[in-house]
Ligand binder design. Structure first.
Ligand code: ZN
Length: 218
């Protein structure tokens, strides 16, 4: 059971279908792992439905009601937390479906690249400036000290890590903003596998990081 969740404002964005694709993907993946946030989204969707009933009960023109319905239909543009497509490679069979369908495979296998001490797979992303990555971090290793130029959402899929704010295990999601300066380190045991979404490049803040940051785009 996850102990670090998404706040109501983020869940409301998701429920209303106004979220970017990258944030929608990580939110849907957390929802697949977190019954508590799933219940919150269902409640928010029920409120949205009640508001719609209210509007349709008034004297609205047929056109505008159709428009409303069309907009709700467009919510399918949201990444769905509901399973829909067939299973893929064994290596990722345990991952929640909304994520699994977005992971690029090469001959049925994951192809990990490396960024410093972290193994990385980039997932397709249409949102300008956003990055969606799978990260695999060996025990005791981690990202360099950094802050954020935008948001960084990190969802643990396997193992765990800790930073200045606490410990994050399977299903936990951390939302880091420009106010947070942290250094996530994987805990002992299995490698820590995370899904990470950034809306802007990170800002390295350690002594060495400050020197090399202007030349990097992480
Ligand atoms: Zn949750």
């Amino acid at each position: 059971m996850a102990s670090h969740h998404l706040d109501q404002a983020v869940l409301l964005d998701y429920a209303s279908g106004s979220m970017s694709h990258s944030l929608s993907l990580i939110t849907a993946t957390h929802l697949a792992l977190c019954p508590a946030c799933r219940r919150d989204v269902e409640a928010l969707e029920a409120v949205g439905g009640a508001i719609l009933d209210d509007v349709s009960g008034q004297d609205v023109q047929e056109d505008s009601f159709e428009e409303l319905m069309a907009r709700l239909e467009c919510e399918s543009g949201n990444v769905s937390a509901t399973p829909t497509s067939p299973p893929v490679a064994d290596e990722i069979a345990h991952l929640p479906r909304p994520l699994r369908d977005h992971i690029p495979l090469h001959d049925g296998k994951l192809r990990w690249g490396r960024q410093g001490p972290i193994e990385t797979i980039f997932l397709p992303c249409d949102d300008p400036g956003h990055r969606i990555r799978l990260l695999r971090i060996a025990p005791g290793k981690g990202a360099p000290q950094h802050s954020h130029r935008g948001l960084e959402l990190t969802l643990v899929l396997q193992g765990s890590y800790h930073d200045e704010t606490g410990r994050f295990g399977p299903g936990d999601i951390e939302v880091a903003d420009p106010d947070l300066d942290h250094r996530p380190i994987a805990d002992a045991g299995a490698p820590c596998v995370c899904l990470a979404v950034t809306t802007a490049p990170l800002r390295l803040t350690g002594p060495l990081g400050r020197l090399i940051d202007p030349f990097l785009t992480i």
